[in-house]
Design a protein. Structure first.
Length: 160
């Protein structure tokens, strides 16, 4: 009986702590920031199940997608959702990551899967480039080009 009393007492204390944290707004804050972890966990679980030889390599595609998307969402919840204007090319990249993992760890190693992953990664890279160049980063690129050209003109002569 005494063991049962300790268990019930522990459950009551935990319930009280959860209620207190909820009333203080701690749980709402944690949920508003860390909800992408709920997307990350299934992605990591799919990876763990594949690497423990429980599931076939096909689970790496949704696993890679879920992990990549959860990272994007986590960045947006921490730094603000205006960041999504720059991170949206990460969505085709997420599919490319999943396909590339499948290509990398599948025994058949289908070349068409690799080509699809490469095309999606290229689309994502070009989209990231366009997003970066359409912002104030174009000034950084222009300045870097000017510095590189000036170094080539005025720098120490080397044989090219």
């Amino acid at each position: 009986m005494s063991n049962n009393r300790y268990t019930v007492g522990f459950i009551i204390v935990v319930a009280g702590i959860i209620l207190l944290l909820g009333k203080l707004g701690v749980i709402e804050f944690l949920w508003s920031v860390f909800w992408p972890v709920l997307i990350l966990i299934p992605g990591l679980l799919l990876h763990a199940l594949y690497f423990s030889r429980t599931l076939p390599s096909g689970v790496l595609v949704p696993g890679g997608i879920l992990v990549t998307i959860s990272v994007i969402f986590l960045l947006c919840t921490i730094f603000g959702w205006k960041l999504m204007a720059f991170l949206w090319p990460g969505f085709p990249l997420a599919v490319a990551v999943g396909l590339y993992e499948y290509y990398l760890f599948d025994k058949s190693g289908s070349r068409s899967v690799f080509v699809a992953a490469l095309i999606l990664a290229a689309v994502s890279a070009v989209s990231f480039g366009i997003v970066i160049l359409s912002t104030g980063a174009i000034y950084v690129v222009a300045l870097a080009l000017i510095v590189a050209g000036a170094l080539m003109i005025f720098g120490k002569r080397r044989s090219w």
